[in-house]
Each structure stands twice: as C-alpha cells, then as structure tokens.
Write a protein that binds this ligand. Structure first.
Ligand code: GCB
Length: 607
C-alpha cells in the first residue's frame, strides 16, 4: 500500500464519526419570528471548475477537501487553496452578476464565512438557507452538516452539535451544473443563476419548538352560508412527538384565544369560531392582516395572517365567495434594474408596484418558488399569487428520483407559504409534453399537492393540443386533477398575429380558465411599423389582437401575460436586440415602460 492509500483508508474509517452530529430537519415555519443571527454579508469564494476540492484524482470523494479549511501547520505542508486569500462576494447573490468572469459559469463554487457563535443557553441552532442554486453541501467547522438539492426552496440543518464557542466556520459547496434528471431539467428559458441566492442565518430554537402551524379560514359552504359565525381551523406540530406541551394561539384584535395541549404525536388541532361581522376578510381591496401570537410553553412567536377563502364554481373563481377576474402578469425573480436574482423587500416592492400600476390584482411567480419577501410584500400590497415549482418542459418522467425531487420542492414551497392569504394557486408544472409517463408523474404530483394543502386551487400551465382551421383545442388528461384550467398560447409571436381574430377556442371542461402566458418581444425604444418584429409597435399590436381574442374565450377567469420585465436568458442570443435577454417584458430590463404596457393597463381597467 502506498502512503496515500493508507491515509485514504484511515480517513474512510474516520468518516462516519465525522458525519455524525448534524441533520436536516423539516422546515421551520415563519423563520422570521425567531431570534437569529444573519450570515449574510461577505463570503470568501473559490471557483472550482474540476471539483478539485471535493474529488481526488481518481474522482473519489476526498477526505481532505476544501471543507476542512486547512492551513499549513509546518513550513513544508502542501495546501493548494486558501479561503482567506480568496476574493469575497456579497451573500445573498448570484455569482453571475457579482463576478464578470462568472457570467456564463455553471459549475462548482465554494463559499466560506466565519462567525462568532451566539450564546445558546439551553437552545439549539438551526442553520437556515433561503435557497441555494442548485446542489449544495454544507460543513460547519470541517464537519458535514448536510446536503440539499433544488434551487428555490428553503432548508435548515440542526447544527447545534457542530458549533463551538468563539470562532466558527461554515463552508458551502454550490454546484449549478444542469442535468437531465434535475428539476428543472437541462434546458429552460431563464438564467441559471448560481450561488447562495437567498438569506443565510443561524436560528435559535428551544429543544422543543413549533415546527409548523396553520391558520386557515374554512369555506363558508362547509358551515352553511349566511352563518353568523366563521370558522378558522388551527393546527400545529412540534418538532418532537411529545404530549403535554401547552400551545396557545391568540389573535388580540378578534379577542380569540385558545389554549391546547399536545397529543402523543406532538400536535394540536382546534376550530376557532369568530363572528362573521367582526372578521375583516383579506382581499386585494383591503389586504387585512391580523397580528397573531403563538406560544409554546414559555416561548412566544409573532405572525401576521390574513383570512380569506378561495374556491371555484363551474367556470368562476370565487374569492371570499364572490367571483373575481384575475388581472395578472408573469414575473421572474430578477432585480428591477438589470439582471441578477432579486432578494429583498425593496426589489419585491419595486416589481410589485409596477404590476400594481398595470392594474394587476394577481401575479404568476414563474417558474419556481420566489423568495419569501416577494410573497409577503405581495400579501401586504393586496396582490394574489400563483406559486409554481420548476417542473418545466421535458422532465425525466420515468425517473423515481426526479419525482421525489419535484415532490420535495412542492413540500417545501407549501411548508414555507401555506399561511399566506394571497397565495391562491399552487402550480405543479409548465408546458409539459403529453405522454403516459408524464401523466403518471404529474397525476401523482397533483394528488400529493392536495394532501399537503386542500384549501387552495391546483393548476398547471398547459399547452393547446390541437389547432386546425383556427380552432384551438385543449385536451389534457391532467384536467381531472386541476381546479383551474390554464394554458399558454403565443398567437402573434410563434404564430401569425393575423390569426387572432379568426381563432376559436374549445376548452371542454366546466372549470375556470386562465391564459397563463401570451406575449411577444420588443426592444424598448425600437420603433417602426406594427408588422416589424422587435418594435414596440409590433408588441403593442400583438397585445391589442390578443386581448380582443381573449375576450371571446368562454369561462375566462383571468390571465397572466408573459412577462412583467425583460429577463436574462442564455437562449436569447440575437445581437443588438436580445443580447441574452428575453424581450417579452412590458418593462425593459431597466424598468422603462413599453407601449404594450398601456394596452394591457387599459384592458384591465375594463375588467
Ligand atoms: C413559454 C415559457 C416561458 C418562456 C416563453 C417564451 O411558453 O413558459 O418560460 O420564456 O414561453 O418567451 O418563449
């Protein structure tokens, strides 16, 4: 045996000891309510094209990887990396817009940050990531804390046993290479922004804590309409299956208070009754949120929760029992000025105020769960939300791991946001090609979504299946699983705009219809005849024709045109026009309004 083989063998024996001590735990509901220490800020980073810091020269995981953050101990020691001498970038962010050299980079980058441990008394510490794109491994003080896959959902590890007094180090290996079996898969029409793209924090929790809770107004039809009382269902779950803990939910403004004791599963459940007159329902016109206080034994947590119902009746969508037309727009999670991942209340407020100016009461957060600031800000501003997982185009339908991955992203999206009143639709997919395998995959996903949350509507962006003689037919086996039939159509862009007036639509389902996408590209400031592609006039005319066409669709309950703002995409290469931006925005990448903005705004005024 060579010296190197002996070292590898010993390290292999030690590895199980090293990996003990941390675990991924189910997502903490309402992380904002907890005492925490932000780890946002400057992190050192090392670009690792060949994953030298993770694999040895035989492509086996090395035990001496960058996660050890090793330093030479003797003058002759060979260590070929040094985090502390490496550059820094601000976290949260995407590396593509932070470092010019990484604009097109897809691969592995290592991040390192040191911090002083916060005093923990008898508490435990969760290391929380809002999102990391896409595959990430985390180490604390050289010991493995966990692994996570999926670029748009939060996760947390219990790292209490890895922390020490004084200085601690967290190292994250992020890899955003695309793979056929991933969700999303190898191709998608947006920038594959890599990095630690959302907040990172250490969260202090008591050994037993409220892992999840839910407050949800019951639909009035479940209790007889015209009732003097409304019912709010409340449930909560501890992180441990322990009975005898005291849970209290208190809504001061409604003078509602309920004390409960956990059962052997560590759960509580109750129905709270409130007079219909006293309860102000959340709506776009009056996005009323109530202060809610939750307590577990001696700890208390605050949240703000709105109460509303959402359901369908034949081809109508009913919000609080009343039909509503969803005046929407699609959005990507990109900064209002230029590219780069958005991740702040300010970004959210700017983008959502543009949607408001357009007259929207609804946004489709495409094509993945957006950051929590976006959802919370929309809730405060009275904007309804469609939230989606990145099951986009051609997924590996027969791969069980891919299904598991999609289900996990769905679980985490719903776990984070199920107390947000503005979210009314969970979308499970976008433009997926029909096949038996796809039907089995999506059917399973839809049924699973319902078991996670049966209070909201389920949908997916479908495609028109047949178009002949100007008759567009929608025929999708998934219709049986969705509450709302939604589909994307591009008359005027991928089809001739002159077809629009001739179009008829056959949607053979007694369900509300949302046109989840339509639109076309224009470069802001480029003017010309209305048949000259890429001009604002072309896009303006396309909107005029499409809106007239939409008005003829039976059961149209809303629309979310594509898209609020020009966004970066590696598929959009036309020089001088696209320059790696998809130009279908109603706003340019710098936030300038194109002519089509005013067409849609005017149409929404009539709705
Ligand atoms: C679509 C996709 C969207 C694309 C858009 C386009 O149907 O759902 O992600 O960006 O078309 O611009 O072609």
């Amino acid at each position: 045996m060579t010296k190197k083989q002996i070292i590898t063998m010993i390290a292999g024996l030690l590895m199980p000891l090293v990996t003990m001590g941390a675990e991924q735990v189910p997502l903490l509901q309402n992380v904002q309510a907890y005492e925490s220490m932000s780890l946002n800020g400057d992190w050192n980073y090392i670009v690792d094209v060949q994953e030298e810091g993770y694999y040895d020269y035989r492509m086996n995981p090395t035990h001496w990887g960058f996660f050890l953050n090793a330093k030479p101990q003797r003058p002759e020691d060979l260590i070929e990396y040094d985090f502390d001498k490496s550059p820094t970038m601000k976290i949260p962010s995407d590396w593509n817009t932070q470092d010019e050299q990484l604009f097109f980079y897809e691969g592995t980058v290592w991040f390192k940050r040191s911090f002083q441990a916060m005093p923990m008394d008898d508490c435990r510490t969760l290391l929380y990531f809002g999102a990391v794109n896409y595959d990430c491994h985390v180490w604390v003080n050289g010991k493995r804390a966990g692994h996570h896959v999926g670029g748009f959902t939060p996760f947390n590890f219990d790292v209490s046993d890895l922390l020490k007094e004084g200085e601690n180090t967290v190292i994250v290996k992020v890899d955003n290479k695309r793979h056929a079996e991933d969700v999303p898969t190898q191709i998608f029409d947006w920038w594959n922004y890599g990095g630690i793209t959302r907040d990172v924090m250490l969260v202090k929790v008591t050994p037993v804590y409220l892992e999840d809770y839910s407050l949800q107004l019951l639909r009035s039809n479940l209790q007889g309409s015209g009732s003097k009382y409304r019912e709010i269902s409340f449930s909560a779950r501890l992180n441990k299956k322990e009975s005898g803990h005291q849970v209290c939910v208190y809504i001061p403004e409604l003078k509602l208070e309920q004390q409960l004791t956990t059962d052997a599963e560590g759960t509580v459940r109750a129905t709270l009754k409130v007079s219909s007159k006293k309860l102000t329902l959340w709506s776009p016109e009056n996005p009323k949120l109530y202060d809610v206080r939750l307590s577990l034994d001696t700890s208390t947590y605050a949240d703000q929760i709105g109460f509303r119902t959402i359901e369908t009746r034949d081809k109508e969508i009913l919000l609080n029992g009343q039909p509503i037309f969803l005046k929407g727009i699609c959005m990507h999670e990109e900064k209002p000025n230029g590219g780069g991942r958005a991740n702040s209340t300010d970004d959210a407020r700017t983008l959502l105020s543009w949607a408001k100016e357009l007259g929207c009461n609804f946004v489709r957060l495409a094509h993945y769960p957006h950051n929590e600031y976006m959802v919370r800000e929309a809730e405060r501003m009275g904007i309804l939300v469609w939230s989606e997982i990145p099951v986009y185009w051609t997924i590996a339908w027969t791969n069980p791991k891919t299904l598991e991955n999609a289900k996990q992203q769905l679980t985490d999206m719903i776990a984070r946001d199920h107390n947000r009143a503005n979210i009314i639709i969970w979308s499970i997919a976008n433009e997926t090609p029909h096949s038996k395998e796809r039907d089995a995959f999506l059917g399973s996903l839809a049924q699973y979504a319902r078991t996670l949350d049966n209070t909201r509507l389920i949908s997916m962006a479908m495609e028109v299946t047949g178009a002949s003689n100007y008759v567009n037919r929608l025929n999708d086996n998934m219709n049986q699983y969705v509450d709302v039939v939604s589909f994307n159509q591009y008359v005027g862009w991928y089809r001739d705009v002159n077809d629009a007036p001739k179009m008829r639509w056959e949607i053979p389902y007694n369900k509300p219809v949302i046109i989840s996408e339509f639109g076309g590209g224009a470069r802001y400031g480029y003017h010309g005849a209305k048949n000259l592609r890429w001009t604002e006039e072309f896009q303006e005319n396309l909107y005029i024709e499409n809106l007239a066409m939409l008005d003829k669709i039976d059961g149209l309950a809303g629309t979310t045109p594509w898209i609020l703002k020009d966004f970066r995409s590696p598929r959009r290469v036309l020089p001088g026009i696209q320059d790696y931006y998809n130009r279908k925005g109603l706003f340019s990448d710098k936030g300038e309004k194109k002519r089509a903005f005013y067409v849609l705004k005017k149409w929404y005024e009539t709705k």
